[in-house]
Design a protein around this ligand. Structure first.
Ligand code: 5CA
Ligand code: ZN
Length: 409
């Protein structure tokens, strides 16, 4: 699948710094030490509805990770998937009388437009579940050979008991896992499973649903977790730097993915850090396609809201915080954007070098974007109150805000 166009990332004066970030698996901050090519996998959308502010907030967090790495002069190898076949997509297509392929293509195209408008850097590999099937089948076959998978009425399940490290990503106990499994696509109550938590690897073809040749597995379609494992291992290999997504993916999705990968390769961990963004809510409830309480990026754009202001709403919240979308949040971002643009519109201003360092310090400290915004606010206030004599300082600020925060002034 093709991704979307990359916006230019200006080079900045001085030296980038290494990223310290919260890792769900260890429950604390880790300083990442990527090689010259940093490797990151971020779970993509299930394209049955438009991109909402929750998705945008999560992708913003991982865009910042890339920007911090690029500032250290590293290359970034970024992979993202599109879950372009799964129950919720098929259900929505059925409900609305649409062709599921056309629905997925339409929403993926809109997602690309939204990401471009928000200046999110594109993945190097943007891979659909459907196109990954030829790589998924041999992995499921291998898990079966290893005794880590079993059949139930033609469906193939992964046995969580086969992974000695199962549970290390989320750190949850069995009762909590069972509840979340039922809420998030699992089927803990299906009779005949070895362990209620065991996730599906391959679903045998169902009447009226799409299916693909699965070799020795028979016709069917892939489970959700093995999709991301197959794509990540194919394009990044084991031990990559960051696996990312919203906090609702820690369990079961990232836990199960880590388990599949551990059993397949015998290596641990799949990712050096499991990084999870908080949930954005509207009217007190998590924004979700299934609940329908959504604020769409495309809707705001159509209403004429500057994408830079949309991005500033995201940056005003720490990525790990759960927060609530309100009209005031957007108004604050519009006001801030106005102040910043006025401040960089002059040829001279207060010195900018210290500000660039403050931005670096804030972002490398667990992506503290609110602290980064506060630093730019202080510079803009100084410019407004007293101005300054440094020729070119506003240009440096403008480039730093673009390079590190993805906001075009
Ligand atoms: N296709 C799978 C991942 S492989 C999936 O979860 N798709 S999704 O469309 O449901 O979500 C895409 C990303 O947005 C995930 O990382 C998810 O955690 C995140 N996300 C979904 N809702 C919210 C929300 N309300 N706030 C923050 N992030 C969210
Ligand atoms: Zn995923």
């Amino acid at each position: 699948m093709h991704a979307w166009p990359a916006s230019e990332v200006p080079a900045l004066p001085g030296q980038g710094r290494d990223l310290r970030i919260h890792d769900t698996a260890t429950g604390g901050l880790v300083t990442l030490d990527p090689g010259p090519v940093a490797r990151i996998y971020v779970c993509g959308i299930t394209p049955y509805d438009a991109t909402h502010m929750g998705h945008a907030a999560t992708y913003n967090a991982f865009d910042l990770v890339q920007r911090v790495w690029l500032d250290t002069k590293r290359q970034v190898h970024y992979v993202q998937n599109v879950t372009d076949v799964d129950d919720p997509l098929l259900e929505r297509a059925q409900r609305d009388g649409l062709d599921w392929v056309a629905l997925a293509e339409k929403e993926t195209a809109l997602f690309r437009e939204d990401m471009t408008a928000l200046r999110m850097l594109p993945p190097r590999h943007y891979i659909g579940a459907v196109e990954a099937i030829p790589g998924i089948v041999p992995l499921v076959e291998r898990l079966r050979e290893l005794g880590a998978a079993y059949e139930l009425d033609g469906d193939v399940y992964f046995s969580v008991g086969s992974d000695p490290n199962f549970g290390k990503v989320s750190g949850l106990d069995a009762a909590a896992m069972r509840l979340l499994s039922a809420e998030r696509g699992g089927d803990p109550d299906r009779p005949g499973k070895k362990n209620p938590l065991d996730p599906m690897l391959w679903m045998a073809a169902r009447e009226g649903e799409p299916s693909w040749d699965g070799g020795s597995l028979g016709r069917g379609r892939p489970g959700w977790h093995i999709e991301c494992v197959a794509i990540a291992l194919d394009h990044l290999g084991m031990g990559f730097d960051v696996q990312g997504g919203g906090s609702d993916l820690a369990f079961p999705h990232h836990e199960m993915g880590a388990s599949h990968a551990q059993v397949l390769t015998g290596e641990f961990p799949m990712a050096q850090a499991y990084v999870h963004a908080g949930m954005v809510a509207l009217d007190g409830e998590k924004m979700s396609k299934s609940k329908g309480n959504l604020v769409f990026v495309s809707r705001l754009r159509r209403d004429g809201v500057d994408p830079a202001a949309i991005r500033l709403t995201l940056l005003a919240h720490h990525y790990r915080a759960d927060w609530e979308w309100t009209d005031q949040v957007l108004q604050d971002a519009l006001d801030r954007l106005g102040r910043w643009r006025a401040a960089v519109s002059r040829p001279d201003g207060p010195p900018a070098e210290a500000l660039v360092e403050e931005l670096r310090a804030a972002l490398t400290n667990d992506l503290d974007a609110p602290a980064a915004l506060a630093a730019v606010d202080r510079w803009a206030a100084l410019q407004e109150e007293r101005g300054g004599t440094d020729i070119g300082a506003p240009g440096v600020v403008s480039r730093a805000v673009d390079a590190l925060l993805g906001v075009a002034l």
